[in-house]
Design a protein around this ligand. Structure first.
Ligand code: BGC
Length: 743
């Protein structure tokens, strides 16, 4: 039988069902439960069987928790979003939960035991290993499913344009190719568990200050080549069921009613088949939003001035202002995504979770993504024979810091450091109960002692009387505010300086949102960037410090020396008074991203001829690597192959990330076009072949409305980072128009 006949038959049944429902007849057959049909066909069958009220119910998710005196909706799990089940049609409730680092607010009806916290998105990105991202996504997806959720609000891929953005830890860094590939694999991992993943926050939501009104000004072509490119790539790889439109305006129009962003770019140009959900409080209209491409309003009754997608949209549809077909399309898209990931065939529900196995996934990511920034005189790795180690600061006796806001996960075992400001939104400040002190002590026969760092003299004294000092410094950041500057809070700079002065064998471990100022850098022997290291962060840090695993993370960002090197040295209005960072003035109405345009991060530094403190792609290990000559070839389609050898030239096993950059004809800055993470034994050599699709060499051409590779000479650069190039080759690119979704 062809696909067409059951479809038509089903339509007839579905219509009969709607008529029958009113007459109180028995429930219909459910032809959409036939898993042999395509997700589109199944969704279409449901749409035909739905009443208008059912449609409006599906496009207006409610807040999934109680708030402001409102009770939690019946059937909700105490999370971010909820749509009641359509039992008549056999459709489960939509249970939506944050977010990309694990199931946030997991203490719901189905579980009281927390959830496994991945390290920062930046840590995962710093692994440069798509398999790490995918494993992390699959882990949190499975936990979500077993806690009863079928939509995870996971998939943050906003570009890091500013180290002070309070949500950098949720994202994947400054480069659209790296960020897009890593986020795409994370999404794929989540959806492999029958849970919809949500690419967000679309788009150009790159700062938190004034986030509900801020206008992000960015030339549309530059946007296509930077922020949008990250989304496009992630979308092509992960095929997320949903995309969340952001709070901010983009070139004057709110993202959730921005026809260019939603309808033109996302749905038409990229062929996105899933649904656009709003961020919580990001909707400002009914007809305008619906016509622009918004498919579902999130928690409007709690966060928007009114529920636009109920009364006002009903009126707009009745008046013909919004076509019925558009309403049906909204519903179709939501259902299609649920069918496509298997959320309906494999309903989420309570099931046991193997927290020990999941903690291992988080630990692997933390280990793969930590970046060794400095190691003078080979102080690291530490030896297990040390007789005395001073462990100082950042509550390292209790756990490791996490970022704040909607994505904050409470790990199994709870928060070991309670009561720190702010205790309310965007707090509470959370730590995960994986204490570095205990993990270090275990490795040196208990010879580790702790000083909190509150008393600098006491900490320096402990350091002076110890063979090695490990100082933990921390920077708490959270959704809803930006840090006004790169300086560490409180006495931490003075603490590190005093400890390093007392003992030159000082290692600094950073637990932070992103780049911080390090005025004491030259005084220290070693610095390990651990980001927010997640559930098993203490153990991961100790394994890295003691060389049980070789640091192999590489920076997914440029580390500025200070704010003066940034496109916007100050962010008006940044700060959060509760943590001693009083907002610096009034937020601006508009942020001008045209200053750097598509030249984000390392391209900005290259264009300006300036050197950051650490370049994009940088990271040390306990061994060294060398590259053989670079051979390149291209074919008529513009695809490029690059081949070279990597040799572990040191004495320890380790993993490297050889990176390939291209300098396109007529451009001053290079762009990342490929890389590979490769593990090598001492002395071992491997040949790497990178197949690079033509689109990686393309610029967006507005006249042709597509990607275009300009014919001409291109330089390929093979390096250890964006700034340390070892091999070069020249190539003649053919002029081509690569088609299809970015990869
Ligand atoms: C955040 C989103 C989040 C949503 C639901 C918003 O404030 O921007 O990332 O998914 O809340 O909690």
């Amino acid at each position: 039988m062809s696909r067409r006949s059951p479809y038509l038959l089903a339509s007839a049944i579905a219509l009969a069902v709607v008529a029958g429902a009113a007459a109180g007849e028995p429930p219909p057959a459910r032809p959409w439960m036939d898993a042999a049909l395509s997700p589109d066909a199944r969704a279409a069958l449901v749409v035909q069987a739905m009443t208008p009220d059912e449609k409006f119910q599906l496009i207006t998710a409610r807040y999934g928790s109680g708030s402001d005196g409102r009770p939690m909706p019946d059937g909700a799990l105490g999370s971010a979003g909820f749509v009641p089940a359509l039992a008549r049609l056999g459709l489960p409730a939509l249970q939506e939960t944050d977010a990309g680092l694990g199931v946030a607010r997991p203490l719901n009806a189905h579980s009281s035991d927390g959830a496994t916290a991945l390290p920062s998105g930046l840590a995962t990105a710093a692994s440069w290993d798509p398999a790490v991202a995918e494993a992390g996504g699959a882990m949190i997806g499975l936990e979500a499913h077993r806690k009863g959720f079928n939509v995870l609000l996971a998939g943050g891929v906003n570009l890091l344009r500013d180290p002070r953005n309070g949500r950098n830890f949720e994202y994947a860094g400054e480069d659209p190719l790296l960020a897009g590939i890593m986020a795409g694999h994370a999404v794929r991992g989540v959806q492999s568990q029958h849970v919809v993943s949500t690419l967000k926050h679309y788009a150009v939501n790159d700062l938190e200050t004034g986030r509900n009104t801020m206008n992000a000004k960015l030339d549309p072509v530059a946007a296509r080549e930077s922020d949008l490119r990250a989304f496009e790539i992630a979308l092509g790889i992960g095929e997320p069921g949903s995309v969340m439109c952001a709070y901010n305006r983009v070139n004057g129009t709110y993202a959730c009613e921005n026809e260019w962003l939603l309808d033109q770019v996302l749905k038409r140009d990229w062929g996105f088949k899933g649904f656009v959900m709003s961020d919580w409080g990001a909707v400002h209209s009914a007809a305008k939003s619906a016509l622009a491409g918004l498919d579902q309003e999130s928690a409007g009754e709690t966060f928007d001035p009114q529920v636009y997608f109920d009364g006002p949209l009903r009126e707009a549809v009745a008046a013909g202002e919004v076509p019925q077909a558009r309403l049906d399309d909204m519903v179709q898209r939501i259902l299609r995504s649920l069918f496509a990931v298997g959320a309906i065939d494999h309903p989420a529900g309570p099931a046991p979770i193997d927290y020990a196995a999941d903690a291992k996934v988080a630990q692997d990511a933390a280990e793969a993504g930590a970046v060794l920034l400095r190691n003078e005189g080979g102080l690291l790795p530490l030896a297990g024979t040390l007789k005395s180690v001073a462990v100082i600061g950042a509550h390292a006796d209790k756990g490791v810091l996490a970022g704040g806001g909607s994505s904050a996960v409470t790990a199994p075992g709870g928060n070991p450091v309670v009561g720190l400001a702010p205790t309310a939104w965007p707090g509470p400040v959370k730590y995960h109960p994986s204490a570095p002190l205990a993990a270090i002590a275990r490795r040196v026969g208990g010879n580790a002692r702790y000083a909190s760092g509150a008393d600098i003299a006491a900490a320096a004294e402990l350091a002076a009387s110890s063979e090695v000092a490990v100082v933990f410094v921390q920077q708490w950041a959270a959704e809803s505010f930006d840090r006004p500057g790169m300086a560490l809070d409180g006495n931490q700079d003075a603490l590190v300086a005093a400890v390093a002065k007392a003992n030159p064998r000082t290692v600094v471990v950073l637990e932070n949102n992103g780049p911080v100022a390090m005025p004491w850098l030259a005084q220290t022997a070693a610095v390990l960037e651990a980001w927010y290291p997640g559930n098993a962060g203490g153990e991961a840090i100790a394994r890295l410090l003691f060389g049980e695993v070789d640091p192999s993370g590489r920076l997914p960002l440029s580390w500025p020396r200070d704010e003066s090197q940034l496109p916007r040295p100050a962010i008006a209005g940044a700060g959060l008074a509760e943590i001693g960072l009083p907002p610096q003035g009034k937020p601006a109405d508009t942020v001008d991203y045209d200053i750097e345009g598509a030249d984000v991060g390392y391209r900005w530094f290259q264009r300006r001829g300036e050197k950051p403190l650490f370049p994009f792609g940088y990271g040390l290990g306990y061994t060294t690597f060398g590259y053989g000559p670079l051979a390149v070839a291209t074919d008529a389609t513009g695809a490029v192959t690059a081949s070279f050898t990597v040799t572990n030239t040191g004495r320890r096993a380790g993993a490297d990330v050889p990176q390939l950059y291209a300098r396109l004809p007529g451009e001053a800055a290079s762009r990342l076009v490929g890389w590979q993470k490769v593990a090598l034994q001492p002395g071992e050599t491997k040949r790497i072949r990178l197949a690079l699709p033509a689109v990686r060499f393309a610029r967006y051409d507005e006249r042709d409305h597509g990607w275009r590779v300009a014919a001409g000479a291109c330089h390929l650069l093979l390096g250890h980072s964006s700034a340390q190039i070892e091999q070069q080759a020249k190539l003649r690119l053919p002029g081509v128009f690569p088609a299809g979704m970015q990869r």
